[in-house]
Design a protein around this ligand. Structure first.
Ligand code: ATP
Length: 235
């Protein structure tokens, strides 16, 4: 579904992605783990068309999407829930969700998307008229994921969905990610919480200072002594 080949990204003289290659197949949950500053958000930004790349290529459903504008990439069927949620605090839950469907014109399709999001997140349905800034951290995270789902993406990219959430909410968010995947959405997940990410994903890539250092199925990676030591806090 998605293929990245030899991608290089520079921010001025900082070489943030050093020729990375990775692949995501339809129906998978793939996680990308790595320490702070490894280049995880940059990878998502490049796929979403928000961060320009200097060389290499990204193809999605057979089309070259390298450096095309973000709205064109959303139209092709990808969507990003950014780190830090970035919901619009003064807008209501419903208005935030509506913005996620900005590429759609068909009213019936938009209401179907609302239905899907509200059935996944009943907490949002109870709060349609509440402004996003007054939601709890967990609810804002649900809203950010819900907004990304409003364009009915085939590939949903989630940047640190568990960041700053209490343990019970972390569990809930991960269960929701699994249900979204079971409904047919392919997922690329970035997480600091490597142990949770590896437990729900099929495959994973480890990013270290801009390079992919390990890749494989998530269960094998979770058992790898190097991953255990560096990312799971197990010695
Ligand atoms: P974190 O989990 O802390 O967000 P990350 O793995 O997502 O880390 P990136 O945010 O992709 O890492 O950053 C990769 C590298 O690129 C870092 O060295 C970072 O300082 C640098 N970087 C990121 N964004 C910019 C920018 N807009 N301008 C300059 N350097 C940047």
């Amino acid at each position: 579904m998605l293929k990245i080949s030899g991608l290089n990204v520079f921010y001025g003289h900082i070489h943030a992605l050093k020729g990375i290659s990775m692949e995501i197949k339809q129906g998978e949950i793939v996680s990308l783990i790595g320490s702070n500053g490894a280049g995880k958000s940059t990878t998502l930004g490049s796929i979403a068309g928000l961060v320009p790349s200097q060389s290499g290529s990204i193809t999605f459903l057979g089309k070259d999407i390298t450096n095309i504008p973000p709205h064109s990439i959303v139209k092709l069927g990808t969507s990003l829930s950014p780190e830090g949620r970035e919901v619009f605090p003064a807008l209501t839950v419903q208005e935030n969700l509506r913005l996620g469907a900005y590429i759609k014109k068909d009213k019936a399709k938009i209401s179907e998307s609302f239905e899907r999001v509200y059935s996944l997140f009943p907490r949002l349905k109870e709060r349609t008229k509440q402004t996003a800034g007054t939601l709890s951290g967990g609810e804002q995270q649900m809203l950010a994921i819900g907004r990304a789902l409003m364009s009915e993406p085939q590939l949903l990219m989630l940047d640190e969905p568990s960041l700053g959430l209490a343990p019970n909410l972390v569990l809930m968010i991960f269960e929701l990610i699994e249900s979204i995947n079971r409904q047919g959405t392919t997922i690329l997940l970035i997480e600091q919480n490597a142990s949770m990410a590896l437990s729900i994903s099929h495959r994973a890539y480890v990013l270290e200072t801009g390079s992919i250092s390990m890749a494989g199925n998530s269960k094998d990676l979770a058992d790898d002594p190097r991953v255990k030591k560096a990312y799971l806090g197990i010695r």
